[in-house]
Design a binder for this molecule. Structure first.
Ligand code: NAD
Length: 403
């Protein structure tokens, strides 16, 4: 053992760890019976990370995304786009972003001349996504776009075409497809170990405040609870099965006399029928206390993911027969920031010139389906859809553990 000069014994190889392949590794210090701790994060040096510009400094950017960059390994924020110079100045200073890399909505196109920016992340109201994605693509930047991708399937198609023409990558920020518990549910269902999935139940509800916000204006939001939060139920049911629905049915309820629901819906319940026979019962509301849960009922058990669509607090239970008993296991996984994971995934795709797991086509398909759901709600009848053969037809390859 090497001495430290303090008279005390020096660190052992187990204490010190070592550098291997350019990263620090620390041997497992726990006993066999306990889970090993995950390896220390190995972020790239800041200068080698992919530079992101954040367009829109609202709640998602300030409360979740900018903090999440601190846990990113491959991405860093290098520019801001905002309609409020006062706000942008404060935020830029907080995150070490140069004043010269702050853009207004009007002079945003100048971002083409900023080589530090490789990706523009559009975090504006939904009705602005199309124009900003197209402007970012024309500026030669890869684009990450918040969900819902747009206000309509036509807008989504325009965005895909613009990115294709400019030769840039487009990813829709479906964070749940990068969140470890949601991924675990997908993997367990798809492994087939629990038999076929018969029924998926997905709920996403929350209670909305005052009416003077963009989420109640159809031109800015595209719709109400469905595109904003019900979309997670729809997208997750598709991601679990890997299939596309062949029939959908929906009902909408709006409380009478509530002016907030003149243009967009408050509550929607909908059903999706998949070709293999799996059916999904989904519900979403702007007027029911926060609940964001998922349950899959399979031939040989069920998987319950409480807070499936929340930012944190996922709780997973799996029920199966164990001899003469019903065994209900709780699954605990290491805590990881789902926003950091999805941002790092986009950065890795840019670095390695790969298609993201959730490209524009994934967002477009959800718009097709939401349009079918609105048609069903309007007519009061189920809507049939052309069968799509194959699995994951709108998705890129599975993200690796690293990104
Ligand atoms: P927000 O209302 O907090 O912020 C919107 C920002 O856009 C504000 O800074 C506002 O000033 C700016 N803006 C520019 N033009 C505007 C206009 N014409 N009307 C209104 N605001 C305008 O919204 P948010 O919650 O940050 O949502 C932004 C986007 O992110 C939306 O697409 C939303 O669906 C998405 N989102 C995703 C998640 C998620 O979990 N992935 C969560 C919340 C929001």
């Amino acid at each position: 053992m090497a001495a430290t000069g303090s008279g005390l014994p020096g660190p052992t190889p187990l204490d010190r760890g070592k550098v291997e392949g350019g990263t620090v590794t620390l041997p497992n210090w726990r006993g066999e019976a306990d889970r090993p701790s995950p390896p220390p994060p190995a972020p790239l040096p800041p200068g080698e990370r992919v530079g992101f510009a954040l367009a829109g400094l609202g709640r998602l950017t300030l409360e979740e995304l900018l903090p999440a960059f601190a846990e990113c390994k491959t991405a860093r924020p290098v520019a801001l786009v905002s309609g409020s110079p006062e706000k942008a100045k404060v935020v830029a200073a907080q995150h070490g972003i140069k004043e010269s890399s702050v853009y207004s909505y009007d002079d945003f196109d100048r971002i083409a001349d900023n080589p530090e920016v490789q990706v523009v992340y559009v975090v504006l109201p939904n009705g602005l996504h199309r124009d900003f994605v197209i402007r970012a693509a024309k500026a030669g930047k890869h684009v990450m776009c918040e969900k819902p991708m747009a206000n309509s399937s036509q807008e989504a198609r325009d965005m895909i075409a613009a990115c294709k023409q400019a030769g840039v990558r487009l990813m829709v920020a479906y964070r749940c497809q990068y969140e470890p518990y949601n991924r675990e549910v997908i993997q367990r269902v798809r492994s087939g170990d629990m038999g076929a999935a018969r029924i998926i139940e997905a709920t996403n509800t929350q209670v909305m405040g005052p009416g003077d916000q963009w989420r109640f204006r159809k031109a800015l939001a595209g719709g109400g609870a469905l595109p904003d939060i019900g979309l997670y139920c729809l997208n997750t049911a598709r991601a679990i099965t890997g299939e596309e629905p062949v029939e959908v049915f929906a009902r909408i309820f709006n409380p009478q006399g509530d002016d907030r629901y003149r243009e967009v819906e408050e509550t929607i319940a909908f059903m999706l029928r998949f070709p293999s026979g799996t059916m999904a019962n989904c519900s979403s509301s702007y007027g029911a206390h926060e609940s964001k849960d998922l349950r899959v009922r399979l031939e040989k058990g069920w998987i319950d993911l409480e807070n499936a669509f929340a930012y944190e607090g996922q709780q997973m239970r799996v029920a199966q027969r164990g001899g003469k008993a019903e065994v209900i296991d709780t699954v605990r996984m290491p805590q990881q920031n789902q926003f950091s994971l999805e941002i790092d995934h986009m950065a890795a795709c840019v670095k390695e010139n790969r298609v993201p797991r959730t490209p524009g086509e994934e967002g477009l398909q959800d718009h097709h389906l939401m349009e079918a759901l609105y048609r069903s709600a309007e007519t009061g009848t189920p809507v049939s859809l052309a069968p799509v053969s194959g699995r994951d037809t709108t998705r890129g390859p599975e993200p690796s553990q690293q990104g």
